[in-house]
Design a protein around this ligand. Structure first.
Ligand code: TXA
Ligand code: MG
Length: 316
């Protein structure tokens, strides 16, 4: 059920229920961080292994400070610059954070979302909200309330329109004075480095693949998906399949073999492409195509984030 009734949603959360909430990145499946049964319900609803920790959403820097034992200097600078916004910081946790949220780790993931409705909701609550993305484990992330409803018809969802950034937050951790990138996201490496200097990219290191939640396969449609700089070449090998092609800025081939051509951003904007990418996948999946061919974007700025998501969606 999709609702705009903030006090109803507040009441549900206070009773220990799980609700869908909008953020600027993707919708989340939220619950009270201090209610262990509610946290357990997030994992069962999503079908997520409890070895995969959750992000805690806060309303203010002050609230964030109560949840960590130490705020490294560079983390403060980045929070000041990018919060509220799509940046998640992995920080040493305080005693207020339970092991269920962090999957037994000593660190906690925190961010302040930049969405009017959810900030207003957080303002009325006495507790922060733990929330993973509101998709079943490994499926396409939701950027509209209707996407969440299709996955979880039984839970209330707070209406918040289409997610503006449309791709998950960038995740950083801190190693002494070093800033470490763990997940590409809605803020590019270039923008982080402009604030914090050079950062270490550990998004593709083996240890990160083994770490909770960054498994290779993720964000996937039910049909086959491949990503390539040369969709035409990929298409030449395809026979008797209903094919959809996801282009970056223009349709480069017009072939009777292609059932649907979908353009992410006619003006060639990475931002617009990111905002539309998950919705395009939902639409193509619904259309019943058997194969989605995605045109790989130039690999810099948000192009890198978008390529990362499609590579994981393509992983077997
Ligand atoms: O934009 C977002 O970040 C969205 C919205 C709803 O805020 N949330 C989101 O949550 O993407 P989720 O659970 O789908 O992805 C969070 C990632 C997971 O890969 C998880 O393993 C990682 O954050 N994570 C959480 N706590 C961590 C920790 N203490 N150390 C390392 N990674 C952590
Ligand atoms: Mg997710």
């Amino acid at each position: 059920m999709i609702t705009s009734d903030l006090s109803f949603v507040k009441d549900q959360l206070e009773r220990g229920e799980v609700v869908g909430i909008p953020t600027e990145t993707v919708y989340g499946l939220a619950a009270n961080i201090y209610d262990e049964q509610a946290i357990a319900k997030i994992f069962t609803t999503k079908g997520r292994p409890n070895t995969n920790p959750l992000i805690v959403h806060v309303k203010s820097m002050d609230q964030a400070r109560t949840l960590v034992s130490h705020f490294p200097a560079k983390a403060s600078i980045l929070a000041e610059r990018f919060w509220p916004g799509p940046l998640t910081l992995i920080l040493p946790k305080s005693d207020l954070i339970s092991a269920a949220i962090t999957a037994q780790q000593s660190t906690v993931a925190i961010r302040m979302p930049n969405h009017k409705t959810t900030l207003a909701l957080l303002e009325t609550l006495d507790f922060p909200l733990a929330a993973p993305s509101a998709n079943p484990y490994n499926r396409i992330s939701p950027t509209r309330a209707a996407h969440v409803e299709a996955y979880f018809p039984q839970i209330p969802i707070l209406e918040g329109g289409n997610c503006e950034a449309g791709v998950e937050s960038t995740i950083l951790s801190f190693d002494e004075d070093e800033v470490v990138l763990l997940r590409h996201g809605a803020i590019s490496i270039e923008d982080i480095e402009a604030e914090a200097g050079r950062i270490l990219d550990r998004t593709s290191s083996e240890s990160v693949h083994l770490a909770p939640g960054r498994s290779k396969k993720h964000y996937s449609p039910l049909c086959e998906l491949i990503i390539s700089y040369e969709p035409l070449f990929m298409l030449s090998a395809v026979q008797e399949k209903k094919v959809g092609i996801l282009w970056f800025s223009e349709v480069k081939i017009d072939s009777p073999k292609v059932a649907i051509n979908h353009i992410l951003s006619p003006s060639g904007s990475f931002k617009e492409a990111a905002a539309h990418m998950y919705d395009a996948l939902h639409q193509l999946e619904k259309s019943g195509v058997e194969l989605i061919i995605v045109e790989r974007l130039p690999n810099y700025n948000l192009g890198r984030t978008i390529n990362d998501r499609f590579e994981r969606a393509a992983a077997k």
